[in-house]
Design a protein around this ligand. Structure first.
Ligand code: FES
Ligand code: FES
Length: 160
């Protein structure tokens, strides 16, 4: 039996000290140890993107990362996007443009779009398609998601 490891990780601004099994995935750590179920688990092998979180600002698939890898780092999950109960610009744009149906894929899209707009605040449609190419949605047909991204870009421009 592998020896459990002590980790210290900041998630959505809160520092957590935990003892974890070396094989525990980051997704399971977030969902089951920290009670943050907003990170969804679909394929469990890095394909669908539902489990995407930000790791030191980079979008990563938490189903194929281990919790021990996050020792001393910062994670943002979908629960960390809203502030004081207010949806942020990207979340609000998804509501306005009906960028979701069942919502299973939505946390992954929101986190990936967050990273994309941090890196490139005004991407072309081609760049958006390219960036979101690894996120799978079975419901929306993607056009409403693209509309939500464009809406979020306009909201962010208006706020800056
Ligand atoms: S659940 Fe992680 S990529 Fe699908
Ligand atoms: S809204 Fe259902 S999978 Fe995307």
């Amino acid at each position: 039996m592998p020896t459990p490891r002590q980790i210290s990780v900041t998630v959505n601004g809160t520092v957590y000290e935990s003892t974890v099994e070396p094989r525990l995935t980051l997704a399971d750590f977030l969902r089951h140890e920290l009670a943050l179920p907003g990170t969804h688990v679909g394929c469990e092998h890095g394909v669908c993107g539902a489990c995407t979180v930000l790791w030191n600002g980079r979008a990563v698939r938490s189903c194929i990362m281990l919790a021990v890898q996050t020792d001393g780092t910062e994670i943002t999950t979908v629960e960390g996007l809203s502030k004081d109960g207010e949806l942020n610009a990207i979340q609000q744009a998804f509501v306005e443009e009906h960028g979701l149906q069942c919502g299973f894929c939505t946390p992954g899209f929101l986190m990936t779009i967050t990273e994309m707009l941090d890196r490139n605040p005004d991407p072309s449609d081609e760049e958006i398609y390219d960036y979101l190419g690894g996120q799978i949605c079975r419901c929306t047909g993607y056009q409403s998601i693209l509309a939500a991204v464009r809406n979020a870009i306009e909201k962010k421009k208006a706020a800056s």
